[in-house]
Design a protein around this ligand. Structure first.
Ligand code: NAD
Length: 495
């Protein structure tokens, strides 16, 4: 997409109407008091967001259940579902710049990244599952001759999707697209600080021909709207991306209600491990900076712990600091900006607390550490590198979800692996080495959902993304994601 700065600037001035819920074909205001939407760019009010009450959520889940039972989508021919999902992808592409700018105004991601990661990725995800849905077959089991055993794959019914504020369109599509492709109805709960693009996506889905009630959107506070969805007796599967604390609450809500299956994509504290024999240490240093600082560190797979072999630690850290200092935050709507805003004032305060705590525990501030651009009224933080971070430090163990990188030296491969695995998380990781055997040994030894080798952060829709340990269960993307949204059913037929 050729995005010009002038067009971005024009779209950024458009007034936004109060945002409503989408339940079936209706657009109710929501029973609870609307929530103000503040832009991280300048702290100003963009619009208001409807807050769905428990009763609103019940209406949304009933609408989803009714459409599922009626079969308007769940039993529609695969070719019909495929055509609608492709039309939705077309519409996302047609409105890509509008969606990207809307999202940036809402959540503060730098536009250069949002253009690729948000509409671009979401359109691709809808196309991927549109194409996949008529290529997944049932099975015939190898039974005795007098039996025919068929294994069907049925849609699960009503899927509740609860998503976070970083990359709402991309992550929302990772859940909505496979769920719809498999024939389910969906109730989507976006994050309070990043709902706008997903509301627009649902409007585009109706325009694409998705029957009303198949995709419903309930916005509002997690503790009210999200919790009501998690406690719903109508929701068969909860697909969640967000923090571990919320993930725990969802499991409790599932236990208190109908034992719905919960797929949790949670946080990370991903190690990026640089060995002295890395093929290009200068390139690795630049990549280590982008691995943590793009989207101001608000990336689940961010390489937030740099483990560097002691013999090159000083030289490498100096190169890293130089690369970091070139990535200062700026206006997220400027195409040249490499690092945007922090999503909210509380998130900025939490990030800054990590810096203070790291200093108190013996971490050495190498660069950054402060709030900047206060004059804008928005929330911005310098990219921050802290060295001498030890395994017992808070910064080593807890996810910041902001632009703060912890640097820890290691002596040898065994220590690198031990340090890498020494957190409760297991989402992503990176290994930089020219030694092929070492690379494979590390891939085997790392407890993580993804291991990048001599790169960091690359992926596409063909590969699953998910974590181990307290980074969650279940995977988004690839054909494997369809497993979350389908139930197996056996037909055992006596011949
Ligand atoms: P969060 O857990 O605060 O919120 C996520 C969603 O849950 C929001 O929609 C929120 O409204 C809702 N929610 C909050 N409390 C709830 C409750 N009690 N019941 C039901 N729903 C509730 O997370 P966040 O701050 O929006 O996102 C940041 C987190 O997401 C980080 O930990 C990050 O690592 C993680 N994340 C993980 C992945 C991944 O693929 N593993 C991707 C992106 C982000």
């Amino acid at each position: 997409m050729a995005a010009t700065q002038a067009e971005i600037d024009r779209l950024a001035t458009l007034a936004l109407p109060p945002q409503r819920l989408l339940i079936g074909s209706t657009r109710p205001e929501g029973e609870a008091a609307p929530v103000a939407v503040l832009s991280p760019i300048d702290g100003r009010a963009l619009t208001t967001l409807a807050a769905a009450s428990e009763a609103d959520v019940a209406r949304a889940t009933s609408a989803a259940r009714a459409t599922f039972d009626a079969g308007v989508w769940s039993r529609a021919a695969p070719a019909t579902r495929k055509a609608v999902l492709h039309r939705l992808a077309d519409l996302i592409e047609k409105h890509a710049l509008e969606l990207a700018v809307l999202g940036v105004r809402d959540n503060g991601t730098e536009i250069s990244m949002a253009l690729k990661a948000e509409p671009g990725s979401a359109a691709g995800t809808f196309r991927y599952y549109a194409e996949a849905l008529d290529k997944v077959y049932g099975e015939i089991a190898p039974t005795a001759d007098n039996i025919l055993a068929l294994i069907h794959r049925d849609p699960v019914g009503v899927v509740g999707a609860i998503v976070p504020w970083n990359f709402p369109l991309m992550i929302g599509a990772w859940k909505i697209a496979p769920a719809l492709a498999a024939g389910n109805s969906v109730v989507l709960k976006p994050a309070e600080t990043a709902s706008l693009t997903l509301i627009r996506l649902a409007e585009l889905a109706l325009e694409a021909g998705l029957p009303p009630g198949v995709l419903n959107v309930v916005t509002g506070p997690g503790a009210v709207t999200g919790q009501a969805l998690a406690l719903s007796m109508e929701v068969d599967v909860l697909a969640f991306t967000g923090s571990g604390a919320t993930g725990r609450r969802l499991l409790q809500s599932a236990a208190q209600s109908n034992l719905k299956r919960c797929y949790l994509e949670l946080g990370g504290k991903s190690p990026n491990i640089v060995f002295a024999d890395a093929p290009d240490l200068a390139a690795a240093a630049k990549a280590a900076a982008t691995a943590i600082f793009r989207n101001a560190g608000q990336v689940c797979v961010a390489g937030s712990r740099l483990l560097v072999q002691a013999e090159v630690a000083e030289e490498f850290t100096a190169a890293l600091v130089a690369a970091t200092e070139k990535m200062q935050p700026g206006n997220p709507l400027d195409l040249a900006t490499q690092m945007g805003a922090i999503n909210s004032a509380p998130q900025l305060a939490a990030n800054l607390r990590f810096v203070t705590d790291a200093g108190a525990e013996g971490g050495r501030l190498m660069t950054g550490g402060a709030q900047v651009l206060q004059e804008t009224g928005g929330w911005y933080m310098q990219p921050t590198v802290i060295a001498d971070v030890a395994p017992h430090h808070r910064l080593f163990r807890e996810e910041v979800f902001g632009p703060v990188l912890a640097v820890t030296p290691f002596a040898d491969e065994a220590e690198a692996l031990r340090l890498a695995n020494a957190t409760d998380f297991g989402l992503a990781s990176g290994v930089w080495t020219a030694n092929l055997s070492r690379a494979h040994r590390m891939v085997r030894g790392l407890r993580a959902g993804v291991v990048h080798v001599n790169t960091y952060g690359g992926a596409d829709g063909t590969v699953p993304l998910g974590g181990v340990k307290q980074s969650g269960n279940g995977h988004d993307k690839s054909l494997h994601a369809l497993d979350k949204y389908t139930d197996l059913k056996t037909a055992w037929i006596s011949l």
